[in-house]
Design a protein around this ligand. Structure first.
Ligand code: UDP
Ligand code: MG
Length: 309
């Protein structure tokens, strides 16, 4: 019999764990000839998530496992841990808040077994229940990243997906520290199909993503999958160099033809400030890449497991 490993990252999700488990157990009944393995990752929760997981594991020793981190390492690290620990022929990545409808597993498995896809992912076609400003920046992000990166990012795509063992092994070989999973999932390639569904609200608990967290996450996405900002920095440099060259020629010619004058110190100061600003901006871009390089070169573990079962 073939096995699906479900990878479920949890961060302060005490109310959701029993509800999630019940719901998936229900869906499981409609899948014939397949066994399940649950791999919960407790990402350093400060509530009772861990004790909920211990209780659940005690009741279902054969097919429920959990790994509890020593602190909050982020969802990306949790996903990586889950992928490494999974043993199923197929692996699904799923949020615990039921925003990823478990019923879709049936269609996903169909896509892999019958239609020959390697990955069946999901994308949201609506964003109802989400603040408009968030949707706006999100669509801006996808437009930008698809323009400047070779890795295709499908708008509205979720982490929720079912993959074959081969794909999971490929993803594990991408062992960078700064993980932008949406990009990595797409970077490894393979035949992918996307199922579409309407946005669901969280069943319980609260999202742990603030606007700024999302903003810096999208910056990470850009820095990780494109070097276009570096090119922008050099182009701005070249552009301001050409402009100042023209300015110098103009000043020399004016001196030769009209004669000297001390007019224009105000515009001079403005120019100095302007160029200084551009320099700092470009330095910031370069700094972001060097910062990533620095983190990468330290080669620290992506997560530390404190307790597992
Ligand atoms: N999550 C995690 N570590 C974190 C933040 C979130 O493991 O630092 C988990 C969380 O428990 C949930 C999933 O990642 O299962 C998605 O989080 P959330 O629902 O807050 O994000 P959203 O659905 O709003 O994008
Ligand atoms: Mg959610």
């Amino acid at each position: 019999m073939e096995k699906i490993s479900l990878i479920i990252p949890c961060f302060n999700e005490q109310e959701m764990i029993p509800i999630f488990f019940e719901t998936v157990e229900h869906v499981k009944k409609s899948l014939k000839n397949i066994t399940f393995e649950y791999i919960f990752i407790d990402d350093g929760s400060s509530d009772n998530t861990l004790s909920e997981l211990v209780t659940l594991q005690n009741k279902n020793r054969n097919f429920v496992h959990f790994y509890s981190f020593s602190r909050n390492f982020g969802k990306e690290a949790a996903l990586y841990c889950g992928l490494q620990k999974s043993s199923g022929d197929y692996v699904a990545v799923m949020d615990v808040d039921l925003q990823d409808p478990p019923e879709q597993l049936v269609f996903m498995l169909n896509g892999i077994q019958r239609e020959g896809f390697d990955i069946v992912g999901t994308r949201r076609v609506s964003r109802k229940g989400e603040p408009p400003i968030r949707s706006f920046f999100s669509s801006l992000f996808y437009k930008l990243i698809n323009r400047i990166s070779d890795t295709e990012m499908v708008p509205g795509v979720r982490d929720y997906r079912l993959m074959t063992r081969q794909v999971v092994d490929a993803i594990i070989t991408v062992d960078e520290y700064n993980r932008f999973s949406k990009g990595i999932f797409s970077w490894v390639g393979f035949k992918t199909k996307y199922l579409e569904y309407e946005n669901h609200d969280r069943v319980a608990g609260e999202t742990s993503w603030s606007f700024w967290k999302l903003f810096s996450y999208s910056l990470d996405g850009i820095v990780n999958f494109s070097d276009a900002p570096l090119a922008i920095a050099s182009f701005t440099g070249i552009f301001s160099f050409i402009i100042s060259l023209l300015g110098i020629i103009f000043i020399i010619l004016r001196k030769l033809i009209v004669g000297g004058s001390v007019n224009g110190w105000a515009s001079l100061v403005t120019l100095v400030l302007f160029i200084g600003g551009i320099q700092l901006f470009c330095l910031g871009i370069v700094g972001k890449y060097i910062g990533n390089l620095y983190l990468e070169s330290k080669n620290r573990p992506k997560y530390i497991v404190k307790e597992e079962k």
